[in-house]
Write a protein that binds this ligand. Sequence first.
Ligand SMILES: C[S@@+](CC[C@H](N)C(=O)[O-])C[C@H]1O[C@@H](n2cnc3c(N)ncnc32)[C@H](O)[C@@H]1O
Length: 476
Amino acid sequence: MLGRLLRQASAARRFAESAIPALSRCSLRSYSSSTESQVPNSTFVEHLEDQAATTISIDRSGLYNPPEHSHEPTSDSELVKHLKGIIKFRGGPISVAEYMEEVLTNPKAGYYINRDVFGAEGDFITSPEVSQMFGEMIGVWAMCLWEQMGQPSRVNLVELGPGRGTLMADLLRGASKFKKFTDSLHLHMVECSPTLQNLQHCNLKCTEGDNNGENIEKRTISTIAGTPVSWHATLEQVPSGLPTIIIAHEFFDALPIHQFQRASHGWSEKMIDVAEDSLFRFVLSPRPTPATLYLMKRCKWAVPEEIEKLDQIEVCPKAMDLTHTIAQRISLDGGGALIIDYGLNGVVSDSLQAIRKHKFVNLLDSPGTADLSAYVDFASIRHSVEEASDDVSVHGPITQSQFLGSLGINFRVEALLQNCTDEQAESLRTGYWRLVGEGEAPFWEGPDEEAPIGMGTRYLAMAIVNKKQGVPVPFQ
Ligand SMILES: C[S@@+](CC[C@H](N)C(=O)[O-])C[C@H]1O[C@@H](n2cnc3c(N)ncnc32)[C@H](O)[C@@H]1O
């Protein structure tokens, strides 16, 4: 055990110290924390179980009042027309989850589908865009797991929601000296957006590989480390049968959530309707909706005191289902998954946020022009894994700061600082702070509103691995 730990630590350190020029990336995605109410109700689970009907009808008298939002009477966008069409032809409101799914991933007009949303010019910036060190450290984690897997000669490395492809490009660049590892990889990018798929193709420096004259589709190769790459719309489409390493960074937070509110008759699902003035508004369903089954399941996983203090609860059936798929894949094929996101290790109350141009905006304003995301319920992921398979184990969550620190980010930043300009050093220090720090950076001398906010404790890391692999680094 000690020998293995030392081997892993030394792999991390070797990797962390291998010199790669520092690139400047700046600013980060930032969200406020959720507010939780203290209203007690110890009997709600029984109450929900009593409610057998699953049709939706709307009590327009008990409206939920969202914060004021401005909505100029301009002509509706294609997406707004589409959402209103669904509500009209279905003859009733849609769930927050359906709204979120349409807004983010509608194949024609979804937020992610036709644009690059990242960076200073976009709406938010994520850790891989903050510093190359993030993707490199994920590479250290993947390599350590590959060693624990017995260094298989063929591995599927899957990334869920790869954004610009920056994390994977930095991972490959950093790992390219470890040829035995990179030669084993086949990359699988699970991405719904054609625009982002093109950007990933470009950032991974892909070429269409030779197929030796055979009459088969040409292989796409990332020239960073000579690795084959394929794209898929879902994890299910990734071929099975090989040991698999799955990375999900800021993917679960984009999965659609249902919101429930405590009402006089029990828990009611919050729905989205069109008001007489043609604006979207929230309403409460007076009867149980199909998603109530997931609420019941989630509440059974919690202790009563955790639920009693809440008057709103979010549940994410897609996250539960995806976790099942991940656990079953890892159980059958071996390997593991790493999930990093902002969230809680417990029931999430009311966290759904819309963000446009680095500012919070109203959830119902101009859908499709702002990112929507919600806190990830890590405890629910743990329970979903335990439900899905006995052959896999769950580790964490631990904070991003603990995760990156244990993998050797300190060594890496020191190595990079040896060989860079003053400007690059400034950017490296700021990037390092953003990845592992907490609160506002104490060294910041610029404008207050631009002070870097550390993601070190708000972001959590969790690993799911096949039990044959033992405990993954750095969760021991
Ligand atoms: C918040 S971004 C995170 C991007 C990247 N992981 C990073 O950290 O920079 C979410 C990513 O997931 C993709 N995505 C969101 N929902 C998806 C879905 N249902 N299926 C496939 N990809 C999805 C988006 O297009 C985007 O690439």
